[in-house]
Write a protein that binds this ligand. Structure first.
Ligand code: NDP
Ligand code: ZN
Length: 180
């Protein structure tokens, strides 16, 4: 994409995701605005990860719109195109399945992810570990927080190794695995 078109494309994704997630909150005690999370993924990829592919950054911004809002795949394809939507679909769980099965499938599917999807997954897991370490859901026991860390590591360990700086960021986030 022409360098000058990157900002409008990225901001269009931010506008869309902000509108779709507008009534949602994260699970931390303060119930932070949901949109902070997709923005954190794109920020981590662009800064630490050195990612300047606007398709990946848009996919990061949009990564939870199908899973967590009434947004459809067709809507994303029409507005953001095939490449962005393909990545979002790759990182979207099948909500018809029970939660535990979805978690197992994330581990099983990890080795088959495209580069773009692997980058978004890495950012998602890193940001979620950071959130659980710093601002965890209020009702999560120590065991539940530890289980989440260990599951996230199993997913990330299976992903294709696409970006050393992002892997390092994940490892640093994992090092804060709660012990008490
Ligand atoms: P959930 O899948 O219910 O919640 C984790 C997800 O919530 C994250 O992946 C993230 O998803 C989102 N999220 C929103 N706010 C935060 C935040 N502040 N910090 C971190 N993540 C946030 O949790 P589990 O993975 O633990 O649950 C999986 C299954 O295990 C469920 O069936 C649950 O009922 C069960 N369970 C497990 C227990 C245990 O001790 N391990 C105890 C009780 C139940 P996203 O990036 O998509 O927003
Ligand atoms: Zn997410």
């Amino acid at each position: 994409m022409n360098q000058q078109r990157i900002a409008p494309a990225l901001l269009d994704a931010v506008m869309f995701a902000a509108e779709r997630h507008r009534n949602q909150r994260r699970k931390d005690a303060e119930a932070s605005p949901y949109i902070n999370h997709p923005i954190a993924l794109a920020h981590l990829l662009a800064t630490t990860g050195g990612v300047d592919d606007v398709v990946v950054l848009q996919a990061a911004i949009l990564h939870d719109t199908i899973e967590d809002t009434d947004t459809t795949e067709a809507e994303l394809r029409a507005r953001f195109g095939e490449a962005v939507t393909d990545i979002v679909i790759e990182v979207t769980d099948d909500k018809a399945l029970p939660k535990q099965r979805r978690k197992e499938l994330q581990v099983e599917h990890a080795p088959h992810k495209s580069t773009g999807a692997a980058l978004v997954k890495l950012a998602d897991k890193t940001c979620n570990l950071r959130d659980i370490a710093a601002t965890p859901p209020a009702d999560w026991s120590l065991t539940r927080r530890q289980d989440y860390f260990d599951w996230a590591k199993r997913v990330v360990d299976g992903l294709p190794q696409v970006n050393d700086a992002m892997l390092k960021a994940f490892a640093e986030a994992y090092a804060a695995r709660p012990e008490s």
